[in-house]
Ligand binder design. Sequence first.
Ligand code: FES
Length: 86
Amino acid sequence: MQAAFFVVYRHEGILAYQNVCPHTGAPLEWVPDQFLDASGHYIQCAMHGALFRMSDGFCLQGPCVGQRLTPLPTKICEGELWVKLV
Ligand code: FES
């Protein structure tokens, strides 16, 4: 079963995105919980290799350049991470 969303930890804080590639709507990962490229600096779609900035989900390379992953609101509540699915 594919995850509905995933979370990345950045200097800016915790960011969550829907697990949906803007190119075809496919899930981003083929291997469970593997969302980053080999460098660990970009979110990568396993289907066609699109690369997305972690900080804002903007696609820098691949068939959906200029599009973005869909961000999800997050908050920390009593030590737990809450992600609002929209
Ligand atoms: S489905 Fe993600 S790059 Fe094509």
